[in-house]
Ligand binder design. Sequence first.
Ligand SMILES: Nc1ncnc2c1ncn2[C@@H]1O[C@H](COP(=O)(O)OP(=O)(O)OP(=O)(O)O)[C@@H](O)[C@H]1O
Ligand SMILES: [Mg+2]
Length: 339
Amino acid sequence: QLTGNMASTSKAPVQSRNLPWVEKYRPQTLDDLISHKDILSTIQRFISEDKLPHLLFYGPPGTGKTSTILACARQLYKDKEFNSMVLELNASDDRGIDVVRGPILSFASTRTIFKKGFKLVILDEADAMTQDAQNALRRVIEKFTENTRFCLICNYLSKIIPALQSRCTRFRFGPLSPDQMIPRLEHVIQQESIDISPDGMKAIVTLSSGDMRRSLNILQSTSMAYGKVTEDTVYTCTGHPLRSDIANILDWCLNKDFTTAIVDNLLHFENLAIILYKIKSICCPFFQVDFPPNIRMVLLIKLADIEHRLASGTNEKIQLSSMVAAFQAVRDLVVSEAS
Ligand SMILES: Nc1ncnc2c1ncn2[C@@H]1O[C@H](COP(=O)(O)OP(=O)(O)OP(=O)(O)O)[C@@H](O)[C@H]1O
Ligand SMILES: [Mg+2]
């Protein structure tokens, strides 16, 4: 089972045609990675001085943590030693203490056939490990430091017990900036000969907020479903309301009288939660709508309440009316303050 997992992500260049692009364009070497140059050069130096410490990579999804350690492993080991020198465990494997006492311990404790160098244990998604397992791992790491290096990967650093954190050199993988994502997306666009408009690119970058995996997935699904990648097709494909829809909804709420017709209109839209979020973010930072601050506050609190109720799974239709009513109430406030 363990070797099965290794094969899925760690093989040398992938050629298959029907592979998801996130795998097809997974960086194969450290040089292929487009971000975190400081982290990469530090790790390169560790490797070239043969002083690799235990590593702990953390940060949001799709920022290159798994790709980085796999590229390191590929640089450290030849293809034929890979399976005997690298143990990769990810979320699909069991995360209890038995894994530490079983596969990890037996891998770390057996001597290497290739005398030189250390073995590498990659614990992807280590934040899913139980406390017991983490505590047990602590001793295993210590005991086999001589011939084994560990690399822990997680999204949430706080879920790793301090005793493990202190045994590792930590690296934070932050979200990728648009400057980093765009050239990589352009590379894929060129390789796959995709028809994309500038606003389509912008929409992908906005919606993926620094997550390279998400940006590639949106690019692939939109171009497969709609052919041309534009702002509209990207928003439609990802189930986001169009910008013009949001403008319309806001216009209804702010300028039309409260009637059931507004609610009926709104019911044509899917994904009310996203609509609310968008409207809140329009109303929030640069309040394009000119309400006095105290009234803005009332509106935001009302919208936040609705969001909260939506998140806890209430009827969308009722919350929709609630949103229209919130705007209406706020407009009444504006009128009464003015008089
Ligand atoms: N820094 C990067 N440079 C180039 N491609 C990247 C980078 N980061 C992510 N990608 C792309 O996104 C995909 C997912 O990256 P990866 O699996 O390394 O993310 P991760 O940080 O491990 O995410 P998660 O926390 O969800 O496991 C890769 O296959 C690659 O196509
Ligand atoms: Mg990963």
